[in-house]
Design a protein around this ligand. Structure first.
Ligand SMILES: [Zn+2]
Length: 401
């Protein structure tokens, strides 16, 4: 069950029926030569380190621990070193088999749920995830994605932000930095050589000055590579719609009108995605002379600009939409329209680079779920770890010997 190999054998087993616990002691035979963990030179045993215990897969629901004293060798080049053990990675508190199971469970559920299923502590779960992410990131081959996406996300506590860089084609998170400043993105871009940066073909982002400055400063031909894609433009206008709703709701409620109560999430649906159960309510709201309904229809119409392949048609569409939006008397919508107008050349770059919405939307909703499932991150580092764990596309399992 332990998968022990020569020279290791089981020396003793203690079964604690009341504690529901199995303890197994592993020992090795004499005369074995051990490879130095640094250089692999086979060396005789020098001495043993203190006995340690590793949590292993449960045995019929009994918590199971493997105990051993790790052998040490004296390498002429590397001094006294503890040898690598076949059942666990260095510094691990769990056997590799347990870690594999834990990673599978943590992939499927939130951290608190995993602690109950696996009977490990909150700190142990995070420690395990951190190790898995570090392992995966070290093993990852460095490669510049041709098409990148840059996003800011509010970390769970206060007004802290992180900048997330993703590979738009692979749908993986590549890099996370603190804040949403120019240097947040600089940290990613400047790790690559000039030639590698030239290979960046398109960078999708929000109309956020610090990110633009970073690309303009460090990516050759950056001005033509910045894409304010559908996902970001629609989020931008979506926020304006939400502000219209908040203000109108407050005004209506002062007059005792509760029409907009509980509608925040209804207006976030795209026209074609309104669930059946809400359809009647949405249809009713749209028939009334509400500012929010008008703002929503203006937003929904804008999404059609990406429906056509031709940039010439998009320009015509834009002019008509812009006229409508700026004559809507909805202050926030006018403001959003003017912001997009100022950045129009880089909105239209999406017709050359064809960055699809699916990946950005998918990653965004995955990260929202991570945030919700985490029951409050103690710190920003945990949030980053969880994003890499779930969205990094990493090889997380420990290596077996
Ligand atoms: Zn050595």
């Amino acid at each position: 069950m332990l998968g022990l190999e020569s020279p290791w054998t089981v020396a003793r087993v203690d079964l604690g029926v009341t504690e529901q616990r199995v303890d197994v002691w592993a020992e090795h035979g004499d005369g074995h030569r051990w490879p130095c963990p640094e250089c692999g030179t086979a060396l005789p045993l020098d001495d043993h380190a203190e006995e340690r215990a590793w949590r292993h897969l449960d045995t019929c629901q009994f918590l199971t621990y493997l105990h051993a004293r790790p052998p040490r060798v004296r390498c002429p080049d590397h001094g006294v070193r503890q040898v690598r053990l076949p059942w666990a990675e260095p510094h691990a508190r769990f056997t590799a088999l347990f870690e594999r199971l834990a990673i599978d469970v943590l992939k499927e559920t939130d951290v608190r749920g995993a602690t109950r299923i696996l009977r490990i502590s909150w700190d142990e779960a995070w420690h395990l995830m951190e190790r898995a992410v570090r392992r995966g990131r070290q093993a990852k081959v460095a490669r510049v994605p041709a098409r990148l996406g840059v996003d800011e996300k509010a970390a769970a506590t206060g007004q802290q932000y992180v900048t997330i860089v993703c590979d738009v084609d692979e749908g993986t998170v590549e890099y996370i930095a603190d804040d949403r400043k120019q240097r947040s993105l600089d940290g990613y871009v400047t790790q690559w050589s000039e030639a590698e940066r030239t290979g960046m073909a398109a960078i999708a982002m929000d109309m956020w000055e610090p990110y633009m400055q970073s690309v303009l400063a460090h990516v050759p031909g950056g001005a033509g590579k910045i894409v304010f894609d559908k996902f970001h433009i629609m989020s931008h206008v979506g926020k304006a719609v939400d502000t219209v709703r908040t203000q109108e709701h407050r005004a209506l409620r002062d007059e005792g009108d509760e029409s907009l109560t509980g509608t925040k999430y209804l207006w976030l649906y795209r026209a074609q995605n309104v669930p059946d159960k809400h359809e009647a309510r949405v249809a009713g709201l749209l028939q009334r002379p509400l500012q929010t309904a008008r703002a929503w229809m203006i937003k929904e119409t804008l999404s059609e600009i990406w429906g056509d392949q031709r940039v010439g048609w998009a320009r015509v569409f834009w002019r008509r939409w812009y006229f409508w939006a700026t004559h809507s008397r909805l202050v926030r919508i006018i403001k959003a329209a003017k912001t997009i107008q100022r950045h129009l050349p880089n909105v239209l770059t999406s017709f050359t680079h064809r960055i699809t919405n699916a990946v950005a939307e998918g990653l965004n909703s995955k990260i929202q779920t991570i945030k919700k499932m985490a029951y409050g991150f103690r710190n920003r580092e945990h949030f980053k770890t969880a994003i890499f764990f779930h969205c990094g596309g990493l090889q997380l399992y420990p290596a077996t010997h």
